[in-house]
Write a protein that binds this ligand. Sequence first.
Ligand code: SF4
Ligand code: SF4
Ligand code: SF4
Length: 306
Amino acid sequence: MSHPVPVAMAQGSSCWGCFQSLVDIHLKLADVLPLLDIKFWAGVVDYKLEDLENYPNKSIKIGLYEGMARTEEDVHLLKVMRDKCETLIAFGTCSCFGGIPGLANFYDIDDALEVKFRNNKTVSGGKVPTENLPAIEPTVRPNKDIVDFDIYLPGCPPTSELILTALTALLNGEEINLPPHTVCHYCNREKKETPIPEVLRPYEGKADPDSCLLEQGYVCLGSATWGLCEGQCVNKGSTCRGCFGPPPPIMSDQGAASMSMLGTYAPIEPEKLLEKVKDPLATFYRFTYATSHLGRIRQKREEAKK
Ligand code: SF4
Ligand code: SF4
Ligand code: SF4
């Protein structure tokens, strides 16, 4: 490619982990950076929002938006990114599905502010900060309800390899072809399709390193999760917690699919199951509550209060 491609990287409310994963490409960055004409990346260079606002519409070829839109400023930034970027990528699981911050929708905004600021056990005389800060949105609205995206690149965070593959394809003007398989497809463990006799907490027993963790009783969401990480946790000894969200069609309900999968494999009374799965919401909807059916019902209820 002869000329560097204009790109913008924007961060809503998020932890920076996805951009850290991009930076973690390490030496390969030396190949990629000369191909980028970075127009906006406030977390790295001292760009201001006005800089982004002043570019002509669609003048930036590729935009990455990390995080979700928890504040009014996040919502504005997301809309400006949509206006300015030809191809907008929902970058990371927060941006695709609300991620862990989306679990805040389980509480109404006042309860969340109470726990976070007013009655936070680590501070005294706590109050909600307002000076020079944008207003908080009443709920975590899925980003895709605010703007349309061209590409979803999930992961908490997306792996460096996945980012490199996607960016390289885009910079070369090629389509990104992401394999649709679930985590189970990449898992090296033997699966015998046997029912689960009992559900175990992660610290109980000693897992056989060669057999399917789910069939041993450990709650593994691999069958309901997009395998773009190539099964990195399950192949290293840990269960899949679902951080890449559902496989294509990616707006399917990962939490409902996981529970249904557990119901099929584990013929156990619901009460008994709940003794072991202490927090079903954070187990099955940890990364996708904001875009799930349950989350949307809750969101509508909160919005009706306005
Ligand atoms: S997806 Fe994960 S790593 Fe990326 S911003 Fe959200 S919490 Fe951080
Ligand atoms: S359920 Fe988990 S452990 Fe079992 S095959 Fe799938 S990814 Fe592997
Ligand atoms: S195995 Fe599951 S939890 Fe681990 S990185 Fe992959 S999707 Fe995320």
